[in-house]
Write a protein that binds this ligand. Structure first.
Ligand code: ATP
Length: 475
């Protein structure tokens, strides 16, 4: 009964169509109001306490289910469904109900033979789609990429062991190789953990996560930090192939890491050398020699081969074709050169995906943002962040009184957003928190604002593989 409800895509409620996700958020909102009290620490849910729903809430939930889908559930089944939905929300933040001892576990929750949702998810990829993806990418591989993919697939197929490090400059096709390998291994029912160091980079990998989230690495990590993986958790079960040092001290653990291991001597470095990004972005480019020169020039800058380093600074001559020489207002000139005809394209996702202005200081970024905002014709709304101290915070002490909100609101630093945020419908924005990586909402995800409410900003994702409508809720 649960399964059919969970997999339906569209549900009708109160005379109007709701998508599955709209329905679930409504449902979970009601459930959450009473059933859980998450205390947020950054993006992680620190505490989750189970308070059984009241008879009135249960009645309301059951009525919603019956109106929406004609599903009649008992009170017990409704609670289990509610717990399942909370579990799904936690899953989006890479947590599980098992991480919170006070939370009951829904019966019928693990609909798979492993009774572990993480393992189930890792093996639940659409294999037919992966085979098609593998066939597509494998045939595109150039020789050096193919030999790497073949080497690793051979090791996996023969169940032998190997440690490899894939090395290549930007654009040489590392991600392309990982994508091909992932589809090959997952389509055969294997598990492959794809991780990257940042949320936005993890979006490029199929099923990718940040290393911090996958391995529960504390943020910030200190020299004494250990991965926060509990012995009997679902995550431990997923990763149990990794070496465990029972009751090990710091040096035992350091000696168990891969580069302290004898295995490290057998680590093979696989190299990619051809810049596929340049080749694939300008296939019509007749002069390959020119492309090669540009690619070599970029590599030489990266390798510090150009410019004489002097007190950590070096001077690089930038070819004239990349410079804006004729201008009066530099901000206007750089915006015009990067985003020509912005006024007609500011909400065009294809147009925005290919353009970005970078600056080394936040002050300049603010100037550019204000200028771009002034070009967008829609009405402006101003949002202010919360400027009072959370009194429940244990850090509260007299010193806080010395910092008046007016002063705090005037601070502009790279680690916290400005006190006032001006927005218009159609403004391109960038998320600076990892809200929900599974849905592509990461630090660095670019979006376009589609609606401005009093407490809610609705926006559409521009970057990342999951382009679609999302809602962001300011805290
Ligand atoms: N064999 C190939 N055939 C067609 N396109 C390819 C091939 N290899 C790579 N590409 C394309 O070239 C571009 C760069 O590849 P990719 O992103 O995998 O490089 P990368 O080494 O991971 O880059 P970076 O280090 O900057 O992340 C991508 O658009 C990718 O789709």
């Amino acid at each position: 009964m649960f399964t059919s409800w969970m997999h339906s895509n569209k549900i009708c409620s109160y005379g109007r169509d709701l998508t599955y996700h709209q329905y679930v958020s409504r449902f979970v909102y009601v459930a959450r109001k009473r059933c859980w009290q998450p205390r947020k620490q950054g993006n992680t849910i620190g505490r989750l306490i189970w308070v059984p729903p009241s008879a009135g809430e249960l009645f309301y939930l059951r009525m919603m289910l019956s109106t929406a889908k004609g599903i009649q559930l008992t009170e017990k089944e409704t609670i289990h469904l509610c717990l399942t939905e909370i579990g799904n929300m936690l899953q989006a933040n890479r947590r599980s109900l098992r991480d919170f001892p006070s939370m009951p576990y829904p019966i019928g929750y693990a609909p798979n033979q492993h009774h572990n949702k993480l393992i189930h998810n890792e093996m639940a990829y659409d294999k037919q789609m992966l085979v098609a993806e593998f066939n597509r990418t494998y045939h595109l591989l150039i020789d050096e990429q193919k030999s790497i993919v073949d080497t690793i697939i051979r090791v996996v197929d023969t169940q032998s062991t190997g440690v490899y490090f894939l090395y290549g400059y930007g654009g040489t096709g590392k991600t392309f190789v990982w994508t091909t390998l992932s589809s090959a291994i997952r389509s055969n029912g294997g598990i492959i953990c794809t991780v990257a160091s940042s949320g936005i980079a993890s979006l490029l990998l199929p099923g990718g996560q940040t290393a911090h989230s996958k391995f529960a690495i504390p943020v910030p990590a200190t020299q004494n930090s250990t991965c926060n993986i509990h012995q009997d958790s679902e995550l431990a079960e997923l990763l149990k192939i990794l070496p465990i040092v029972p009751k090990g001290n710091r040096s035992d653990i350091v000696h168990a890491t891969i580069n302290a291991s004898y295995i490290w001597d057998h680590c093979q470095i696989l190299r990619l050398t051809k810049n596929m990004r340049l080749l694939s972005s300008a296939p019509e480019q007749p002069n390959n020699q020119e492309l090669k020169q540009f690619s070599d020039w970029l590599l030489d800058i990266g390798d510090s081969k150009i410019g004489q380093a002097n007190d950590e600074f070096s001077e690089i001559s930038i070819p004239d074709e990349f410079l804006i020489k004729d201008y009066t207002d530099p901000i206007h000139a750089i915006v015009e050169a990067t985003c020509p005809n912005l006024i007609h394209n500011y909400s065009n996702t294809n147009y925005l995906q290919k353009r970005v202005v970078l600056a080394s200081k936040k002050e300049i970024v603010d100037k550019i943002n204000n200028y771009v905002l002034s070009l967008i014709p829609n009405d402006e709304r101003e949002y202010c962040n919360a400027d009072s101290i959370d009194k429940s915070d244990e850090l509260l002490n007299l010193a806080f009184g010395l910092l008046p909100p007016k002063f705090l609101n005037s601070l502009q630093t790279s680690s916290i957003p400005n006190h006032k945020l001006k927005l218009k419908v159609g403004t391109p924005i960038m998320l600076i928190r990892n809200l929900d990586q599974a849905a592509g909402l990461c630090n660095g995800t670019r979006l376009i604002i589609t609606k401005l409410g009093s407490n809610v900003v609705e926006s559409e994702v521009v970057t990342g593989p999951n382009i679609g409508i999302e809602h962001t809720y300011p805290e």
